[in-house]
Design a protein around this ligand. Structure first.
Ligand code: IPE
Ligand code: IPE
Ligand code: MG
Length: 224
């Protein structure tokens, strides 16, 4: 059975779920948070060390201002209400992406990272204003200014996922089969699960099925 250390998720389909059941995309984003809480619990139960959640891409700024405002407001409230609980549960929060939000949210994110930085049960990487191409460009810029040779091992040190093992599993909900600029380097050997269900409809049972299938997959890494 394959060891499982890191699960990454593209949480897609909130808008469609919201429109279908509540006549509002934003209601879908709100419902998606319940799935996030469920996944965090399941991740801990399964003794997984890292959970990486794609919450907002560098391309998502192209959305209507109102939706963007709603999303960040939701995140602010989530952190205000939940950071103590995450901390008590020994969970470390790390932000991937560049923090270019309101000063209130930037401060809240810094505070949350700092407060939980010594925790060790589970690390949640929240990808916010994250784009893999930008991450790679920045890494190449930094490595070329350094004395380090450009090779795989050295490049990893300049990625935002430095010191984090590559994901074992990637789940994308929402019935599309694409990566949308997420962890292009880090997913080189990840087992990918494209799920038809929209993120708010994704259940514990779905997650368990994926873990089971992953554990029984023969991972070759080029070997036979
Ligand atoms: C959530 O899903 C992902 C975010 C960018 C917050 P979407 O908002 O993309 O939902 P769909 O794909 O439009 O249904
Ligand atoms: C990917 O979903 C980004 C997040 C889940 C945060 P999108 O809905 O933005 O992806 P595309 O635009 O359909 O590829
Ligand atoms: Mg989408």
């Amino acid at each position: 059975m394959n060891p499982l250390k890191h699960v990454a998720i593209i949480m897609d389909g909130n808008g469609r779920w919201g429109l279908k059941y509540k006549n509002s995309r934003n209601a879908g984003h709100k419902a998606g948070l319940d799935t996030v809480e469920m996944i965090i619990k399941e991740t801990i139960k399964n003794k997984i060390d890292y959970l990486t959640l794609f919450a907002f891409s560098t391309e998502n700024w192209k959305r209507p201002k109102k939706e963007i405002y709603y999303l960040f407001n939701l995140l602010e409230n989530f952190l205000i209400n939940k950071i103590e609980e995450l901390d008590r549960n020994n969970i470390k929060l790390k932000i991937l992406g560049s923090k270019k939000f309101s000063s209130k949210l930037n401060e809240l994110l810094d505070y949350s990272e700092k407060k939980t930085s010594k925790n060790s049960k589970l690390q949640i990487n929240l990808a916010l204003n994250y784009g893999s191409k930008l991450e790679l460009i920045n890494a190449f810029k930094k490595i070329s200014k350094s004395k380090n040779k450009i090779n795989e091992k050295n490049l990893q040190k300049y990625l935002q996922t430095k010191n984090i093992p590559d994901p074992d599993i990637l789940i994308r909900t929402g019935n599309t089969k694409r990566l949308s600029n997420f962890l292009l380097w880090q997913l080189a050997y990840t087992e990918i699960f494209f799920e038809k269900k929209l993120w708010p409809a994704f259940t514990e049972k779905d997650f368990k099925r994926i873990i089971k299938e992953y554990k029984n997959t023969k991972r070759n890494f080029g070997k036979i």
